[in-house]
Structure formats: C-alpha cells, structure tokens
Design a protein around this ligand. Structure first.
Ligand code: GLU
Length: 461
C-alpha cells in the first residue's frame, strides 16, 4: 500500500508544541515509508481562522524542516466538493434534511437530560416523507442505531464505540457550510489518505468519521492517535506552562534540530537513544515506537539537546545564524586562532543561541559591565602590589609572546612571589578581565584579549 498522510492544522492560532509533534510524526512516517506528506489547512471556521496564522504555521514548519509535498490544500476552496458529497448521501438515503429549529433542539436536549439520557437529537426527521416544510434546514447523517464501531487504532489498540451513543449529527449547516467531521472524511477519502496520525483529542470523532466512510462505501484509513503532551507538573500542556508556540522557542534561541529531536521523543522512542538526526528519523521512524501513555515536555531535556546541537555547529555556521536570526555579530571572533578558541569555549557553554550575546559581551565591548558584588569583593581583598607586579610581568612580554600559558605563568609566579595562593590572584584577574567568575578558561580569555586589552583591564580597578 502506498503511504499518504496529512497534517491538518486549523489556522485559529500559532503552531504549538502539540501540533508540531503531530506534524513531525506524520512527516517522518511518510519519509520512512516512501510516502507523501500533505498539508491541509482546515480553515472552515471563517470567524476564527486567520491568514496570519496560516502564514505562521507554514513558517514554523519550514523552520523545523518539515517540507510538504504538493501545494497546501485549503478547505475553504473545496465547499463545492463537500456539497456534492452531501447530495450524494441525500440521494442514497444515508443522510436527510432536518427542519427542527434551534429552540426545538434545545427542548429535545433538555428533555433527554431530564430523563437522565445523553442530550441527543430525537431523529424526528429521519424517516420524514411528507412534503418538504418551508424554512431553513440542516442535513444530518443517518447514523446506524445499533451495533458498535471499532477504531482499530495502531497505538491504542481496538477502541469500541456503541453506535446508539452517536447522534444523527449534522453534516451540512443551514448556511450551507459543511461541518468538521464531514470535511475531514471527504478530504481523507479524496486525498487517498492511508494513515491518519493525530492527537488523541480527536479519538471521539473517529467513530463518526468511520461511519460516514462506511456509508459512502469508502475505504477507511488506518488510524493512529497519539497521546497528549503534559507539562512538567503532569497537567496537559497549555499556555499556563509558558511558551507553547514553536515561534516562541525559535525566538528564545532554540535550534530547529533540538526542537525536532525533543518533540519526536514525546510519545515515541527507539530503545534508549536520545539523539536523533533528521536523516535518522527519515530512514527509520515507525509507529511501533509510539507509546500509549502521555509524555512530559521537559525544558531541561530541550536545553540539553539545544546545547548538543549548538556544539555540533561550525563557528562559521553559528556566526551566520546569530547575525541573521538574532542580530548578534560575533564575526570578529572568527578572525584569529585565539579568538576562535574563545568562540569554541563559548559554544560549549551556550544553552540557547541568545546566550551568546551575554557570554561574549565582555570580549566585544571594552565598556562591558562588571558584576558589582564580585568587584566589591575583589577590591576589598586583592593586594594592589600583586596586581601591579602582574601588570609589570605582562608588560614585559612582547605582544606576540602573550600566549595563554605564558600569561597564566605570570599569574602563578606573581602569586608565588607574594605568598598568595594562585586563586587569590587568578580570581580577581578573571573578574577584572571578564566581569564575572563564570567565564571560560583563563588561558583562553587572556590569549583572546591579547596583552594590551588585558593590561588595560587589569589596571582598571
Ligand atoms: N484540524 C484539526 C486540528 O487542528 C485536525 C483534524 C485531524 O487531524 O483530523 O485539531
């Protein structure tokens, strides 16, 4: 069987973590099975759908590298198709017109509830044969009254639904607009979808969709409902947990590789492997790896992955990316072997791309701001004669000789001569040169700054 899958976002908001995970599963399932990955924009809710959300969703998908096959399909452009299917069902007697008014429907619901039953439409027009009443009508599906509908879910196993629980639901509204369950069925059938992979919040819609397909005499696709995503507090992930839109993560300085890797691991695994490249997944993503319990979206893991992928980038790539996407210009760090060594050290530490600006600020700007508390401490505790002696030793070195080891040797000698422990001098030097105690290896710092900048900073106390 040829694999055709779809990602079907509703453009009523930005692409969030859960939607992106669904897109990722579909994308890699298609790639690993030599199939097609189609993008369908479910924009029939014209009040809540916005072009800017569609643009944003497409943008996030491009950023994640989820390229779709063929042009995106917009449901609003297919209303004629949906209506032709409605007519087909009316003619076949698998759907019928219903003239019940909104007030009558409310009454039926209230009555059912009062009788302790599920609020349902009472099917009063199901077998109606008289002359058609005047006035607006909806079209309802003639749902089977008995039996069960089983969803053979590839992740959850068989899930049964009693048909009597399912209403003769509306497929065409009185304003001639088709409903969600109907458009999905027509599209999944028309697009030849082989596998529907989506969030399990849609599981309750699936028996309705299967019933419609059966009524249309169409082949039912395979279904795979992926479990929901929880926040670190084990509650369903939502805005309450902070950023949920992919764009937010991008702005915060996460790499698409890290985002992709973190999201694919939500409900999917292969052994205890943690790092997955796109190529890996495109070759090997199988639904068998999907678990049936909810998974937790963990920031710490994302951070860890992001640092991993940052360290995998070349300095040139990082410099371009930082300039282009974050307006941070670190190209000066590419210039010399010693500045490159510093760039490499910063790359080790950066958790997010946005960290580079602050990690490198002391290097880029001679008027960098020093940490106040650390300065206070060293001003109070560092003997000035030690700093003066060190300055003398550094000044005696030729600029070309000012290597990391030699400049650091001078610190050691000065400390020894004055009976100080090495950290008693190295610590204040670090603060004077970089403004904080959390900077890279002092040898790397010294060599990258060079003699004159190091001396100027040492004397500035
Ligand atoms: N448009 C639906 C959503 O955004 C998805 C429907 C489906 O995948 O069948 O939740």
């Amino acid at each position: 069987m040829s694999v055709v899958v779809r990602f079907a976002p509703s453009p009523t908001g930005m692409l969030h973590v859960g939607g992106a995970r669904t897109a990722i599963f579909n994308y890699f399932f298609a790639r690993a099975h030599g199939g097609r990955f189609i993008l369908r924009i479910e924009d029939t809710d014209t009040e809540r759908s916005k072009q800017e959300y569609t643009d944003e969703i497409l943008d996030s998908m491009r950023w994640l590298g989820l390229d779709w096959d063929a042009e995106p399909i917009y449901q609003t452009q297919r209303f004629d198709l949906y209506r032709s299917y409605v007519r087909k069902m009316l003619n076949a007697g698998t759907a019928y017109k219903c003239w019940a008014t909104a007030a009558e429907i409310d009454e039926m619901r209230a009555k059912a509830q009062a009788e302790g039953k599920k609020p349902m439409y009472d099917r009063r027009f199901r077998d109606f044969e008289g002359p058609e009443p005047a006035g607006p009508y909806v079209v309802r599906f003639k749902a089977p009254l008995t039996g069960t509908t089983i969803v053979h879910d590839l992740i959850k196993g068989d899930v049964s639904f009693a048909n009597e629980e399912i209403d003769d639901f509306v497929i065409l509204r009185s304003n001639d607009a088709p409903t969600y369950n109907f458009t999905v069925v027509v599209d999944d059938v028309e697009m030849g979808i082989s596998h529907v992979i989506r969030g399990d919040d849609h599981l309750n819609n699936t028996p309705k969709q299967i019933m419609l397909m059966n009524a249309l005499g169409m082949k039912v696709p395979h279904y795979a409902h992926v479990p929901m995503i929880l926040g670190s507090d084990k509650v369903k992930l939502s805005k309450r947990h902070g950023a949920v839109a992919v764009t937010n993560y991008r702005e915060e300085g996460y790499l698409p590789e890290a985002m992709l890797n973190a999201l694919v691991r939500l409900g999917w695994a292969r052994g205890d492997q943690e790092i997955f490249s796109k190529a890996d997944l495109a070759a090997e993503f199988k639904l068998e790896g999907c678990g049936s319990s909810p998974s937790v979206f963990d920031r710490t893991k994302l951070d860890h992955l992001n640092n991993h992928y940052i360290r995998e980038k070349s300095l040139e790539e990082l410099s371009d990316l930082l300039k282009l996407s974050y307006g941070v210009d670190l190209s000066v760090l590419l210039a010399t072997p010693s500045s490159r060594k510093l760039f490499e050290a910063l790359r080790e530490r950066a958790v997010k791309l946005t960290d580079f600006a602050s990690l490198a600020s002391w290097y880029l700007d001679n008027n960098f701001v020093r940490d106040e508390a650390s300065m206070k401490e060293i001003v109070a505790t560092t003997p000035r004669d030690a700093l003066d002696a060190l300055a003398g030793k550094w000044a005696a070195l030729a600029t070309a000789d000012f290597s990391g080891p030699k400049a650091f040797e001078a610190i050691k000698e000065t400390a020894n001569n004055l009976k100080l422990k090495i950290p008693q001098l190295a610590k204040p030097v670090r603060v004077l040169l970089t403004g904080t105690l959390a900077s890279p290896d002092l040898g790397i710092v010294l060599e990258a700054l060079g003699r004159d900048r190091a001396l100027e900073r040492l004397r500035r106390i």
